[in-house]
Design a protein around this ligand. Structure first.
Ligand SMILES: C[S@@+](CC[C@H](N)C(=O)[O-])C[C@H]1O[C@@H](n2cnc3c(N)ncnc32)[C@H](O)[C@@H]1O
Length: 358
């Protein structure tokens, strides 16, 4: 029997290897973004105009030799501009929004904190590929927990109050009048706190099974002077307190991380008032794999390998929806839990928002 070898298209090999070189630089540069973020290098460059390596080092209390190497990597990647005639480097105002302005919806440094912290668990996840075991959210480097809050935070700040909650039927009126809200799988409570700030007549409780995340959430609440109106309690999604107590239950990027999302959804239904609403925020995803073969799908599938899928597999049932579950599977979860009304209320650049009602 003769074995035919597929003809190799040399141009295709070159193109792909060229692509991989770009990805190699981007991968290592992720660590440099974290350094730039943590050491205030981007912030020192924002609005500073063309700056020399020595000036940047002096302004940030860092060493010129390291800063020079860092700036050259930033320039090679197009993050900053380099002027050979003056040997000065400029962070364009548009890039500063993404790299130096924590309050901007474009702020991206948290993405790289999340990515680099996520990769610390590569040996354990590699082993899990073999064993099929899960790896809990709590088992990851703490940079994952903080990085996740900083990853989603800018989007939440720009969307939850201004567009996502208003897309739900009657919810804003209830929040303005004074509602009881549970934010389930709240992590560091960024969503909980910003809703609490916007609706001072309502009461908010953030639940999560991870005590360390909630300790950070409580600290944020105290720093914001909201210690009395916002509570954070350790509880699993299937067991947080309050039969028929809530006007609104929210799950922000947490449902697909749960081992038993149907069990959690059933519990949400039991804890909602009869006219209550469950707002489900999930990663943007199409219905089929082929709909997700794009940069956003790639990022979510990649994180899902390390974070979402192992998180679910570490819990009972282990349904492992993954970060690209898509609307039909989220609808199935809600329907299986006995909800009768389900609709896609709105969507963001990286999120889908569903309104689910008893
Ligand atoms: C991707 S993080 C999202 C955190 C936060 N909602 C946010 O958007 O930044 C998922 C969160 O779900 C929590 N979680 C996962 N499974 C859970 C469960 N069964 N019960 C309660 N919380 C759970 C994790 O501890 C983690 O904080």
């Amino acid at each position: 029997m003769s074995v035919e070898t597929a003809a190799i298209d040399e141009a295709k090999v070159h193109a792909f290897v060229g692509q991989l070189i770009g990805e190699l630089g981007a991968t290592v540069n992720a660590g440099l973004v974290v350094i730039g973020d943590r050491l205030g290098l981007y912030k020192a460059m924002a609005g500073a105009g063309p700056i020399s390596t020595a000036e940047l080092a002096e302004r940030t209390g860092t060493t010129e030799r390291y800063v020079r190497e860092w700036l050259n990597a930033q320039a090679a990647g197009g993050y900053v501009e380099y002027d050979p005639s003056t040997q000065r480097y400029t962070l364009p105002a548009e890039h500063a929004l993404a790299l130096a302005n924590e309050a901007s919806p474009a702020f991206a440094c948290g993405w790289f904190q999340l990515a680099t912290s996520t990769l610390r668990s590569e040996p354990e996840i590699r082993e899990a590929f073999r064993s099929g075991a899960g790896f809990g959210w709590h088992e990851h480097d703490p940079g994952v927990h903080e990085g996740c809050a900083r990853f989603f935070g800018p989007t939440y700040d720009a969307s939850i109050v201004s567009s996502w909650l208003p897309a739900l039927d009657g919810v804003v009126d209830k929040l303005e009048a004074g509602a009881e809200v549970a934010d389930v799988g709240c992590g560091l409570g960024r969503s909980t706190l910003l809703m609490a700030k916007a609706y001072p007549r309502s009461r908010f409780t953030g639940f999560d099974y991870h005590p360390d995340s909630l300790a950070l959430a409580r600290r944020q609440a105290e720093a914001a002077g909201m210690g009395d109106r916002v509570k954070f309690e350790v509880a699993p999604a299937k067991g947080f307190p309050g039969p028929a107590a809530y006007d609104l239950v929210t799950t922000f990027d947490s449902l697909h991380d749960m081992g038993d999302p149907v069990g959690a959804a059933r519990h949400v239904r039991e804890t909602l008032k009869p006219d209550g609403t469950w707002m489900v925020v999930e990663p943007l995803a199409g219905d089929k794999v082929e709909d997700n073969l794009n940069p956003i799908g790639r990022a979510y599938y990649s994180f899902s390998n390390f974070l979402c899928t192992p998180s679910s597999l570490a819990q009972e049932v282990g349904l492992a929806l993954g970060a690209q579950a898509g609307e039909p599977r989220i609808r199935d979860v809600a329907t299986a839990a006995g909800f009768t009304r389900f609709r896609r209320a709105t969507e963001g650049m990286i999120h889908l928002v569903y309104e689910v009602r008893p």
